[in-house]
Design a protein around this ligand. Sequence first.
Ligand SMILES: Nc1ncnc2c1ncn2[C@@H]1O[C@H](COP(=O)(O)OP(=O)(O)OP(=O)(O)O)[C@@H](O)[C@H]1O
Ligand SMILES: [Mg+2]
Length: 235
Amino acid sequence: MLSIKDLHVSYGAIHAIHGVSLEVNDGEIVTLIGANGAGKTTILHTVTGLKIANSGTISYGDLDLRATDASKLIKYGISHVPEGRHIFPDMTVLENLEMGAYSTKKNRRELEKNFTLVFERFPRLKERYKQLAGTLSGGEQQMLAMGRALMADPKILLLDEPSMGLSPILVKEIFSIIRYCHEIGITILLVEQNAKMALGIADRAYVLETGNITISGKAKELLEDDRVRKAYLGQ
Ligand SMILES: Nc1ncnc2c1ncn2[C@@H]1O[C@H](COP(=O)(O)OP(=O)(O)OP(=O)(O)O)[C@@H](O)[C@H]1O
Ligand SMILES: [Mg+2]
């Protein structure tokens, strides 16, 4: 579904991504784990066109994403939940959710169906639908960012550290929502520093270290890998 080959990305003189290749197949949960500064966000930004690659290919089905207008991605079913959430703080919860479907040109009935689905899944958002998003707690903002992405009926969700800064209970809740998204047929590329949770939920995983994929394989196998256990699981 999503295929990245030999990707190189730089910020000026800093070469951040050194020839990364990775694949996400239809229906999979794939996780990309790695320490601060490894380049995880840079890869997602390059997929969504927020950052321009130096070289390499990024394809989504038959589509060449490097040659595709970033504003069209949502129509092709690619939703990005960015690091730090980036909700619209001065808009209400309801307005933020509407924005998620904005460029998909859904009719009223389709919108209502998606609101129902999101509110069923996130009762906290339903209770707070009139509240300004900037006044939500961190966990609620993460739910809003995910709910907003779901409003567009994505085929693939790109999640950038959804568990960051959340309490253990909320982390569990966010991961149960990721599982639910997977169950309803959404393919997931999950960027995480919480390697234990991410490897627990994923089918396959890649470890990124200073811009290089150093380990990849079935998530279950990585949980047993000594290098992963030492560096990312604190064991
Ligand atoms: N706008 C920028 N200008 C210059 N360097 C940048 C910029 N954004 C990222 N970098 C550098 O690129 C490298 C990769 O950063 P990136 O944000 O992709 O890492 P990350 O794996 O997402 O880290 P984290 O887990 O902390 O979010 C880092 O060395 C970072 O300092
Ligand atoms: Mg990041």
